[in-house]
Design a protein around this ligand. Structure first.
Ligand code: IPM
Ligand code: MG
Length: 369
Protein backbone atom coordinates (compact mmCIF):
# COMPACT_ATOMS: atom_id res chain seq x y z
CA UNK A 1 0.00 0.00 0.00
CA UNK A 2 1.33 3.38 -0.90
CA UNK A 3 0.80 6.12 1.64
CA UNK A 4 -2.23 8.33 1.31
CA UNK A 5 -1.68 11.44 -0.69
CA UNK A 6 -1.60 14.60 1.38
CA UNK A 7 -3.83 17.23 -0.14
CA UNK A 8 -4.29 20.74 1.20
CA UNK A 9 -7.47 22.48 0.14
CA UNK A 10 -7.63 26.25 0.17
CA UNK A 11 -11.16 27.07 -0.99
CA UNK A 12 -10.71 30.82 -0.47
CA UNK A 13 -13.54 33.23 -1.17
CA UNK A 14 -16.76 33.50 -3.15
CA UNK A 15 -17.48 30.61 -5.47
CA UNK A 16 -14.14 29.06 -4.47
CA UNK A 17 -15.91 27.32 -1.63
CA UNK A 18 -18.73 25.98 -3.77
CA UNK A 19 -16.53 24.56 -6.49
CA UNK A 20 -14.24 23.03 -3.89
CA UNK A 21 -17.18 21.28 -2.26
CA UNK A 22 -17.92 19.63 -5.61
CA UNK A 23 -14.32 18.52 -5.89
CA UNK A 24 -14.55 16.92 -2.45
CA UNK A 25 -17.43 14.82 -3.65
CA UNK A 26 -15.28 13.66 -6.56
CA UNK A 27 -12.38 12.92 -4.22
CA UNK A 28 -14.71 10.79 -2.08
CA UNK A 29 -15.74 8.97 -5.22
CA UNK A 30 -12.12 8.13 -6.07
CA UNK A 31 -11.59 6.86 -2.52
CA UNK A 32 -14.65 4.66 -2.68
CA UNK A 33 -14.43 3.26 -6.20
CA UNK A 34 -10.78 3.59 -7.21
CA UNK A 35 -9.02 3.05 -3.85
CA UNK A 36 -7.32 6.37 -4.32
CA UNK A 37 -6.96 7.78 -0.84
CA UNK A 38 -6.29 11.38 -0.05
CA UNK A 39 -5.76 12.85 3.39
CA UNK A 40 -7.50 16.16 2.90
CA UNK A 41 -6.76 19.15 5.09
CA UNK A 42 -8.33 22.59 4.84
CA UNK A 43 -7.00 26.04 5.47
CA UNK A 44 -7.88 29.63 4.66
CA UNK A 45 -6.59 31.99 2.01
CA UNK A 46 -7.71 35.40 0.79
CA UNK A 47 -10.40 37.59 2.29
CA UNK A 48 -11.72 34.92 4.61
CA UNK A 49 -8.21 34.44 6.02
CA UNK A 50 -7.93 38.17 6.56
CA UNK A 51 -11.28 38.29 8.35
CA UNK A 52 -10.29 35.37 10.57
CA UNK A 53 -6.59 35.97 11.17
CA UNK A 54 -5.87 39.52 9.98
CA UNK A 55 -3.70 38.27 7.12
CA UNK A 56 -4.63 36.79 3.72
CA UNK A 57 -2.32 33.84 4.34
CA UNK A 58 -0.96 32.69 7.69
CA UNK A 59 2.51 31.25 8.20
CA UNK A 60 0.97 28.01 9.36
CA UNK A 61 -1.04 27.74 6.12
CA UNK A 62 2.18 28.29 4.16
CA UNK A 63 3.85 25.57 6.21
CA UNK A 64 1.02 23.13 5.56
CA UNK A 65 1.11 23.97 1.86
CA UNK A 66 4.82 23.21 1.74
CA UNK A 67 4.31 19.89 3.53
CA UNK A 68 1.43 18.74 1.33
CA UNK A 69 1.92 16.58 -1.76
CA UNK A 70 -0.30 19.03 -3.63
CA UNK A 71 -2.46 22.07 -2.97
CA UNK A 72 -5.86 22.73 -4.52
CA UNK A 73 -7.00 26.33 -4.41
CA UNK A 74 -10.42 27.79 -5.19
CA UNK A 75 -10.39 31.55 -5.71
CA UNK A 76 -9.73 34.69 -3.73
CA UNK A 77 -11.18 38.19 -3.57
CA UNK A 78 -14.39 40.15 -3.26
CA UNK A 79 -15.53 43.78 -3.14
CA UNK A 80 -15.62 43.87 0.67
CA UNK A 81 -11.81 43.64 0.75
CA UNK A 82 -11.12 46.17 -2.02
CA UNK A 83 -10.29 48.98 0.40
CA UNK A 84 -7.59 47.09 2.28
CA UNK A 85 -3.89 47.92 2.06
CA UNK A 86 -2.13 45.94 -0.65
CA UNK A 87 -0.45 43.49 1.72
CA UNK A 88 -3.81 42.64 3.29
CA UNK A 89 -5.74 42.19 0.07
CA UNK A 90 -6.86 38.66 -0.82
CA UNK A 91 -4.63 38.75 -3.93
CA UNK A 92 -1.60 39.23 -1.69
CA UNK A 93 -2.29 35.79 -0.23
CA UNK A 94 -2.21 34.27 -3.67
CA UNK A 95 1.02 36.00 -4.66
CA UNK A 96 2.56 34.98 -1.35
CA UNK A 97 1.76 31.30 -1.63
CA UNK A 98 3.16 31.22 -5.19
CA UNK A 99 6.37 32.88 -4.03
CA UNK A 100 6.75 30.89 -0.81
CA UNK A 101 6.20 27.55 -2.52
CA UNK A 102 8.54 28.58 -5.36
CA UNK A 103 5.88 27.94 -7.99
CA UNK A 104 7.67 29.51 -10.92
CA UNK A 105 5.89 27.64 -13.71
CA UNK A 106 2.23 28.33 -14.33
CA UNK A 107 0.61 26.04 -16.89
CA UNK A 108 -2.63 27.33 -18.34
CA UNK A 109 -4.07 25.06 -21.00
CA UNK A 110 -6.73 26.52 -23.27
CA UNK A 111 -8.62 23.60 -24.72
CA UNK A 112 -11.94 23.82 -26.51
CA UNK A 113 -14.33 21.00 -25.72
CA UNK A 114 -16.10 19.92 -28.93
CA UNK A 115 -19.45 20.43 -27.20
CA UNK A 116 -18.55 24.02 -26.39
CA UNK A 117 -16.93 25.20 -29.64
CA UNK A 118 -19.99 27.29 -30.39
CA UNK A 119 -19.89 28.99 -27.00
CA UNK A 120 -16.77 30.92 -27.97
CA UNK A 121 -17.18 34.53 -29.03
CA UNK A 122 -14.90 33.66 -31.95
CA UNK A 123 -16.13 31.88 -35.05
CA UNK A 124 -16.46 28.17 -34.41
CA UNK A 125 -14.00 27.19 -37.16
CA UNK A 126 -11.31 29.38 -35.60
CA UNK A 127 -11.50 27.63 -32.23
CA UNK A 128 -12.82 24.12 -32.78
CA UNK A 129 -10.08 21.65 -31.87
CA UNK A 130 -8.04 24.39 -30.19
CA UNK A 131 -5.45 23.07 -27.74
CA UNK A 132 -2.80 25.50 -26.60
CA UNK A 133 -0.71 25.69 -23.47
CA UNK A 134 0.32 29.01 -22.00
CA UNK A 135 3.39 28.66 -19.80
CA UNK A 136 3.60 31.74 -17.63
CA UNK A 137 6.56 32.60 -15.41
CA UNK A 138 4.97 33.10 -11.99
CA UNK A 139 7.44 34.17 -9.32
CA UNK A 140 9.50 36.84 -11.05
CA UNK A 141 9.23 39.69 -13.50
CA UNK A 142 7.43 42.92 -12.76
CA UNK A 143 5.17 41.29 -10.16
CA UNK A 144 8.04 40.87 -7.72
CA UNK A 145 10.87 43.09 -9.04
CA UNK A 146 12.53 45.64 -6.77
CA UNK A 147 12.58 48.56 -6.40
CA UNK A 148 8.87 49.15 -6.34
CA UNK A 149 6.71 51.68 -4.61
CA UNK A 150 5.01 55.03 -4.61
CA UNK A 151 7.24 57.99 -3.77
CA UNK A 152 6.05 61.37 -2.67
CA UNK A 153 7.84 63.97 -4.76
CA UNK A 154 6.34 66.90 -2.86
CA UNK A 155 4.13 69.64 -4.20
CA UNK A 156 1.29 67.19 -4.87
CA UNK A 157 3.43 65.11 -7.24
CA UNK A 158 3.91 61.39 -6.70
CA UNK A 159 5.79 58.69 -8.57
CA UNK A 160 4.69 55.07 -8.86
CA UNK A 161 7.19 52.50 -10.11
CA UNK A 162 7.86 48.79 -10.53
CA UNK A 163 10.80 46.89 -11.93
CA UNK A 164 10.63 44.23 -14.59
CA UNK A 165 13.56 41.95 -14.03
CA UNK A 166 14.62 38.48 -15.18
CA UNK A 167 17.88 36.64 -14.64
CA UNK A 168 19.43 34.05 -16.94
CA UNK A 169 18.45 31.24 -14.60
CA UNK A 170 14.85 32.42 -14.25
CA UNK A 171 14.42 32.57 -18.02
CA UNK A 172 16.07 29.24 -18.62
CA UNK A 173 14.10 27.29 -16.06
CA UNK A 174 10.74 28.48 -17.39
CA UNK A 175 11.85 27.98 -21.01
CA UNK A 176 12.90 24.45 -20.10
CA UNK A 177 9.39 23.72 -18.81
CA UNK A 178 7.94 24.98 -22.09
CA UNK A 179 10.34 22.97 -24.27
CA UNK A 180 9.72 19.81 -22.25
CA UNK A 181 5.96 20.24 -22.59
CA UNK A 182 6.27 20.88 -26.32
CA UNK A 183 8.12 17.58 -26.67
CA UNK A 184 5.04 15.77 -25.40
CA UNK A 185 2.73 17.90 -27.53
CA UNK A 186 3.25 19.21 -31.05
CA UNK A 187 6.89 20.24 -30.74
CA UNK A 188 6.42 23.98 -31.11
CA UNK A 189 7.21 26.82 -28.70
CA UNK A 190 6.45 30.48 -29.24
CA UNK A 191 8.30 32.76 -26.82
CA UNK A 192 6.51 36.05 -26.23
CA UNK A 193 8.37 39.20 -25.18
CA UNK A 194 8.74 42.90 -25.93
CA UNK A 195 12.34 42.76 -27.16
CA UNK A 196 11.83 45.71 -29.50
CA UNK A 197 11.54 47.98 -26.44
CA UNK A 198 12.58 46.34 -23.16
CA UNK A 199 16.09 45.33 -22.12
CA UNK A 200 14.66 42.62 -19.89
CA UNK A 201 13.02 41.14 -23.00
CA UNK A 202 16.24 41.29 -25.03
CA UNK A 203 17.88 39.15 -22.36
CA UNK A 204 14.80 36.89 -22.23
CA UNK A 205 14.95 36.26 -25.96
CA UNK A 206 18.72 35.68 -26.04
CA UNK A 207 18.51 33.15 -23.23
CA UNK A 208 15.60 31.29 -24.79
CA UNK A 209 17.51 31.07 -28.08
CA UNK A 210 20.70 29.89 -26.35
CA UNK A 211 18.91 27.17 -24.38
CA UNK A 212 17.10 26.05 -27.50
CA UNK A 213 20.37 25.65 -29.40
CA UNK A 214 22.07 23.87 -26.54
CA UNK A 215 19.35 21.45 -25.45
CA UNK A 216 16.25 21.48 -27.62
CA UNK A 217 17.26 21.70 -31.30
CA UNK A 218 14.33 19.46 -32.30
CA UNK A 219 11.71 21.85 -30.97
CA UNK A 220 10.45 24.47 -33.40
CA UNK A 221 11.02 27.83 -31.71
CA UNK A 222 9.50 31.14 -32.74
CA UNK A 223 9.33 34.57 -31.10
CA UNK A 224 6.59 37.14 -30.99
CA UNK A 225 6.17 40.59 -29.49
CA UNK A 226 3.41 40.61 -26.93
CA UNK A 227 1.18 43.07 -28.78
CA UNK A 228 1.31 40.90 -31.88
CA UNK A 229 0.73 37.77 -29.78
CA UNK A 230 -2.45 39.29 -28.34
CA UNK A 231 -3.63 39.98 -31.87
CA UNK A 232 -2.66 36.55 -33.21
CA UNK A 233 -4.49 34.85 -30.35
CA UNK A 234 -7.78 36.30 -31.49
CA UNK A 235 -6.96 36.19 -35.22
CA UNK A 236 -5.72 32.64 -35.59
CA UNK A 237 -5.23 30.90 -32.22
CA UNK A 238 -4.62 27.45 -33.69
CA UNK A 239 -1.19 28.55 -34.96
CA UNK A 240 0.08 28.11 -31.37
CA UNK A 241 1.14 25.00 -29.51
CA UNK A 242 3.06 26.14 -26.40
CA UNK A 243 3.41 29.82 -25.56
CA UNK A 244 6.07 30.76 -23.00
CA UNK A 245 6.22 34.21 -21.50
CA UNK A 246 6.90 36.32 -18.42
CA UNK A 247 4.64 36.97 -15.48
CA UNK A 248 2.66 40.01 -16.58
CA UNK A 249 2.45 39.16 -20.29
CA UNK A 250 1.33 35.68 -19.26
CA UNK A 251 -1.34 37.09 -16.96
CA UNK A 252 -2.83 39.07 -19.83
CA UNK A 253 -2.43 36.52 -22.62
CA UNK A 254 -3.76 33.65 -20.54
CA UNK A 255 -7.04 35.50 -19.97
CA UNK A 256 -7.33 36.11 -23.70
CA UNK A 257 -6.51 32.47 -24.45
CA UNK A 258 -9.00 31.36 -21.84
CA UNK A 259 -11.83 33.32 -23.37
CA UNK A 260 -11.27 31.62 -26.73
CA UNK A 261 -12.64 28.49 -25.14
CA UNK A 262 -15.99 30.06 -24.33
CA UNK A 263 -15.71 30.56 -20.61
CA UNK A 264 -13.18 31.19 -17.90
CA UNK A 265 -15.32 28.76 -15.94
CA UNK A 266 -13.84 25.89 -17.91
CA UNK A 267 -10.14 26.45 -17.41
CA UNK A 268 -7.80 24.76 -14.98
CA UNK A 269 -4.20 25.63 -14.17
CA UNK A 270 -1.18 24.09 -12.53
CA UNK A 271 1.62 25.95 -10.81
CA UNK A 272 4.79 23.96 -10.31
CA UNK A 273 8.11 24.51 -8.57
CA UNK A 274 11.52 22.97 -8.89
CA UNK A 275 11.98 19.33 -7.91
CA UNK A 276 13.63 18.83 -4.55
CA UNK A 277 14.06 15.50 -2.81
CA UNK A 278 11.90 13.71 -5.35
CA UNK A 279 9.00 16.10 -4.87
CA UNK A 280 7.71 18.92 -7.04
CA UNK A 281 5.84 21.62 -5.12
CA UNK A 282 2.51 22.03 -6.84
CA UNK A 283 -0.66 24.04 -6.61
CA UNK A 284 -3.72 23.68 -8.80
CA UNK A 285 -6.42 26.27 -9.27
CA UNK A 286 -9.13 27.29 -11.69
CA UNK A 287 -8.26 30.32 -13.80
CA UNK A 288 -11.53 32.04 -12.90
CA UNK A 289 -11.88 34.37 -9.96
CA UNK A 290 -14.16 34.31 -6.93
CA UNK A 291 -17.16 35.72 -8.87
CA UNK A 292 -18.73 37.46 -5.85
CA UNK A 293 -21.80 38.38 -7.93
CA UNK A 294 -22.91 34.75 -8.16
CA UNK A 295 -21.34 33.40 -4.96
CA UNK A 296 -23.69 31.42 -2.74
CA UNK A 297 -26.31 31.08 -5.47
CA UNK A 298 -25.47 27.54 -6.57
CA UNK A 299 -24.67 28.91 -10.04
CA UNK A 300 -20.90 28.55 -10.33
CA UNK A 301 -19.31 26.30 -12.91
CA UNK A 302 -17.34 23.62 -11.03
CA UNK A 303 -15.66 22.22 -14.15
CA UNK A 304 -12.49 24.36 -14.02
CA UNK A 305 -11.77 23.17 -10.51
CA UNK A 306 -12.56 19.57 -11.36
CA UNK A 307 -10.15 19.82 -14.26
CA UNK A 308 -7.56 21.36 -11.94
CA UNK A 309 -7.96 18.26 -9.82
CA UNK A 310 -7.48 16.06 -12.88
CA UNK A 311 -4.33 18.04 -13.76
CA UNK A 312 -3.17 17.24 -10.24
CA UNK A 313 -3.74 13.53 -10.81
CA UNK A 314 -1.64 13.76 -13.96
CA UNK A 315 1.18 16.07 -12.99
CA UNK A 316 1.65 15.44 -9.27
CA UNK A 317 0.68 11.78 -9.04
CA UNK A 318 1.27 10.41 -12.52
CA UNK A 319 -2.27 8.98 -12.59
CA UNK A 320 -3.19 9.65 -16.20
CA UNK A 321 -5.81 6.92 -16.31
CA UNK A 322 -7.62 8.23 -13.26
CA UNK A 323 -7.45 11.75 -14.65
CA UNK A 324 -8.92 10.54 -17.91
CA UNK A 325 -11.93 9.10 -16.09
CA UNK A 326 -12.86 12.51 -14.78
CA UNK A 327 -12.12 14.28 -18.06
CA UNK A 328 -14.31 11.83 -19.93
CA UNK A 329 -17.11 12.31 -17.42
CA UNK A 330 -16.92 16.07 -17.96
CA UNK A 331 -17.02 15.65 -21.74
CA UNK A 332 -20.04 13.34 -21.55
CA UNK A 333 -21.97 15.66 -19.29
CA UNK A 334 -21.31 18.55 -21.67
CA UNK A 335 -22.35 16.41 -24.62
CA UNK A 336 -25.57 15.55 -22.81
CA UNK A 337 -26.42 19.25 -22.97
CA UNK A 338 -26.12 20.33 -19.34
CA UNK A 339 -24.71 23.85 -18.91
CA UNK A 340 -24.06 26.13 -15.98
CA UNK A 341 -25.07 29.74 -16.62
CA UNK A 342 -21.63 30.89 -17.81
CA UNK A 343 -21.59 28.43 -20.72
CA UNK A 344 -25.32 28.40 -21.42
CA UNK A 345 -26.29 28.09 -25.11
CA UNK A 346 -29.61 28.01 -26.92
CA UNK A 347 -31.28 24.63 -26.76
CA UNK A 348 -29.24 23.41 -23.79
CA UNK A 349 -30.37 22.77 -20.23
CA UNK A 350 -29.28 25.34 -17.70
CA UNK A 351 -28.34 23.70 -14.41
CA UNK A 352 -27.04 24.65 -10.98
CA UNK A 353 -23.63 23.83 -9.54
CA UNK A 354 -25.05 20.94 -7.55
CA UNK A 355 -26.98 19.47 -10.49
CA UNK A 356 -23.81 19.65 -12.56
CA UNK A 357 -21.97 17.87 -9.75
CA UNK A 358 -24.64 15.15 -9.56
CA UNK A 359 -24.32 14.61 -13.30
CA UNK A 360 -20.53 14.29 -13.13
CA UNK A 361 -20.81 11.73 -10.34
CA UNK A 362 -23.38 9.77 -12.31
CA UNK A 363 -21.01 9.64 -15.28
CA UNK A 364 -18.17 8.52 -13.03
CA UNK A 365 -20.42 5.78 -11.63
CA UNK A 366 -21.11 4.55 -15.15
CA UNK A 367 -17.38 4.44 -15.88
CA UNK A 368 -16.79 2.39 -12.73
CA UNK A 369 -19.38 -0.26 -13.59
C1 IPM B 1 -4.18 35.36 -12.09
C2 IPM B 1 -4.74 36.55 -11.38
C3 IPM B 1 -3.72 37.03 -10.36
C4 IPM B 1 -2.47 37.44 -11.10
C5 IPM B 1 -4.21 38.15 -9.43
C6 IPM B 1 -5.51 37.80 -8.76
C7 IPM B 1 -3.17 38.54 -8.43
O1 IPM B 1 -5.10 37.55 -12.27
O2 IPM B 1 -3.90 34.35 -11.43
O3 IPM B 1 -4.03 35.43 -13.31
O4 IPM B 1 -2.37 38.57 -11.58
O5 IPM B 1 -1.57 36.61 -11.21
MG1 MG C 1 -4.95 36.96 -14.30
Amino acid sequence: MTANKQLLMLPGDGIGREVMAVTERVIDWYAKYRSLQFDVEHDLIGGIAFDTHGTPLTDSAIERAKQADAVLLGAVGGPQWDGLAREHKPEAGLLKIRKEMGLFANLRPAVVFPALAEASTLKTELVSGLDIMVVRELTGGIYFGEPRGIDDLGGGERKGFNTMVYTTEEVRRIARVAFDLAKKRNGRVCSVDKANVLDVSILWREEVIALHQEEYPDIELSHMYVDNAAMQLVRDPKQFDVIVTGNMFGDILSDAAAMLTGSLGMLPSASLGAEAGGRIPSLYEPVHGSAPDIAGKDMANPLATLQSFSMMLRYSFDLAEEAQLLETAIERVLESGLRTADIMQDGKARVSTSTMADAILRELDKAAD
